[in-house]
Design a protein around this ligand. Structure first.
Ligand code: RAM
Length: 361
């Protein structure tokens, strides 16, 4: 799990290494990124050429956490469409369970054997895919993580839905507003190893330390594994074990939908607050029937499209994954790579009864 403390430490270490290497790398002018330092798999002398022609006829494989999760269906469709517009090919492979890390590893190995040009992967676990992904990169395959990252050294670029910090803090802020900043709360997450959910949860806990939340107490974190039935049962369990529970945050589209379904058919409807990350299509009925007041998300199709553009920009040599490099992503505009090779899609949208009908995903 990537905690703020760990990230700080690795950034500091990377800064030291960067200083030591700046004098020798690429004639003394090119700084090496964190991703390169702790990865060791990438060509250290690669230079980005922002004016290089965009390659066509590439094959980019999408490997979501879970193929039968509607969120990834929408995200990967966005990737497919962008690739079609760019003159390249899309394929999608992946496990049907969000806790099948060895399945994800096998898919990476197969894609490496097939010599695809790039892989866009949403990682079920930050470390489990690393050996396989480094092998892919050694074979010249560009690796983009999207939605859920690996450790920074195991990919070229992470295409993030929004700032992880903003996402984590804002879910607590939304629940705080709904509860008048009082009461016991719980988190219903996805898989216990999921990088994205775990990073957001760290920021939620940090947000809760602020004085304004002194009367809000996190009493439990449960894991529904992005499985509808398990998430439903975990919600039921949370309410049984914590009869004073006032609110739940579920930072997963599968979890929030299942929790809303449970609350909506129970005596807790309208009494126990629920927020988190959901799709407008899944949540519309629960907003309209008074189970949920407000929740948030980004546009998954745009996330997939941005991952596709990043993969093609990497394969074309327009970017290498270093901080400060920029690339164009069609209608989405121009993006700059930030610290640790992270690119943010943008700000999430908060949905409530007043705006939810404007969104159809
Ligand atoms: C689920 C997955 C995904 C996450 C969304 C919010 O579909 O866990 O990784 O980004 O929820």
């Amino acid at each position: 799990m990537s905690t703020p403390a760990i990230r700080k430490a690795s950034t500091a270490l990377a800064a030291v290494i960067t200083l030591a290497l700046t004098a020798t790398a690429c004639g003394g002018t090119t700084k090496k990124s964190v991703a390169q330092e702790d990865g060791g798999a990438k060509a250290s002398h690669a230079h980005a050429d922002p004016n290089a022609a965009t390659k066509k006829g590439l094959t980019v494989a999408f490997l979501p956490k879970q193929v039968n999760n509607p969120y990834f269906t929408v995200a990967d469709k966005g990737g497919e469409q962008a690739l079609r517009q760019l003159g390249s090919s899309f394929k999608e492979v992946g496990p049907s369970s969000a806790t099948d890390t060895s399945g994800q590893v096998s898919y990476v190995n197969t894609l490496t054997q097939q010599q695809v040009d790039a892989i866009a992967v949403s990682a079920q676990d930050p470390g489990a895919l690393c050996t396989a992904l480094k092998q892919a990169m050694k074979n010249g395959i560009k690796v983009v993580t999207y939605d859920s990252d690996t450790n920074a050294g195991c990919r070229d670029v992470f295409v993030s839905q929004a700032s992880a910090e903003a996402l984590g803090r804002s879910q607590v802020q939304l629940l705080g507003q709904q509860l008048g900043y009082k009461g016991e709360i719980a988190i219903l997450s996805a898989a216990q190893t999921a990088t994205n959910q775990n990073t957001w949860i760290e920021f939620m806990k940090d947000e809760l330390k602020k004085p304004k939340y002194k009367d809000m107490k996190l009493v439990a974190t449960a894991y529904g594994n992005d499985d509808a039935q398990q998430s439903f049962q975990q919600t039921q369990g949370l309410l049984q074990e914590h009869p004073k529970l006032a609110g739940i945050i579920s930072p997963t589209t599968v979890g929030i939908k299942a929790a809303a379904q449970y609350l909506s058919g129970s005596k807790y409807k309208g009494k126990v607050a629920l927020t988190g990350l959901g799709t407008p299509n899944d949540m519309r009925r629960y907003v309209k029937n008074g189970t949920v007041a407000a929740f948030e998300l980004w546009d998954p199709a745009k996330l997939g499209a941005l991952a596709a553009h990043a993969a093609v920009a990497l394969s074309s040599g327009q970017i290498t994954g270093q901080r400060g490099e920029t690339f164009k992503a069609g209608d989405l505009g121009s993006f700059t790579i930030g610290d640790q090779g992270v690119v943010d899609l943008g700000e999430p949208t908060v949905f409530d009864k007043d705006n939810i009908d404007q969104y159809k995903f």
